[in-house]
Design a protein around this ligand. Structure first.
Ligand code: TYD
Length: 211
């Protein structure tokens, strides 16, 4: 049974931790799981990732940024996500198309319809079965990351991150059947528990219950 789960959230939301935790838990049940991430997840994508996160020496326009994220994504879908889903595996992706709507759309102000068109082209229309949004207050999220070297996105103004957060919440409200919104002010264990609960529901709905 191919199942596609994505994790989304702002800076410091603990998304990568929860994606790893869910992967481990599914592996412990001997289920076939592949964990990947964006931008990157392929050799070409990892080069693009470096350009996107670390370039300080030259300008990157918002439209170019959009194209680079979707270039990395097109490669990832083609090389990793689609083939593994076709083999019946569970694919968990740390960020996906909704990141582009939240960051380049709500954050940078690019047209949302245009982004959706480009996202669709890059993914061949592949939509996640479940998207987990780890919601965190912007200040709290950024504070969790402040001791590390910051990338181009983490250095953006508070107002940018606020728009990203509100964008995510709007996207989730528009499609409640696909999204699970988890408030990360609770403990990591409680957050993981809420995610696990929803994942088990998805399996049951598909007639393949897990415990
Ligand atoms: P990463 O280190 O992966 O951040 P995180 O741990 O928060 O996932 O860096 C990815 C950055 O790129 C992050 O700030 C969000 C941003 N991003 C976009 O702006 N658009 C996108 O489409 C994607 C996938 C990421």
């Amino acid at each position: 049974m191919g199942l596609f789960i994505t994790f989304e959230g702002g800076e410091g939301s603990g998304k990568s931790f929860q994606a790893r935790k869910l992967t481990k838990r599914l592996q412990e049940l001997a289920l076939p799981v592949v964990l990947t991430y964006e931008p990157g997840g392929t050799p070409l994508g990892n080069k693009i990732r470096l350009w996107l996160k670390r370039v300080d020496k030259f300008e990157v326009s918002p439209l170019t940024e959009l194209m680079l994220f979707d270039a990395s994504r097109a490669q990832l879908v083609n090389q990793v996500i689609k083939p593994n889903l076709e083999m019946g595996k569970i694919v968990i992706c740390d960020r996906y198309t909704d990141s582009t709507l939240a960051y380049q759309g709500y954050g940078r102000g690019l047209n949302l319809e245009m982004i959706s068109t480009i996202n669709n082209a890059a993914t061949l229309g592949l939509i996640p079965d479940l998207t987990v949004l780890l919601d965190i207050a912007v200040e709290a999220g950024l504070a969790r990351k402040k001791n590390r070297k910051q990338d181009r996105f983490e250095r953006e103004a508070l107002a940018f991150h606020q728009r990203v957060r509100e964008g995510y919440l709007k996207l989730a409200a528009e499609e409640p059947q696909r999204w699970l919104v988890v408030d990360t002010s609770q403990s990591k264990e409680e957050t993981a528990g809420a995610i696990w609960h929803r994942v088990t529901q998805v399996f049951s709905q598909r007639g393949a219950p897990i415990t």
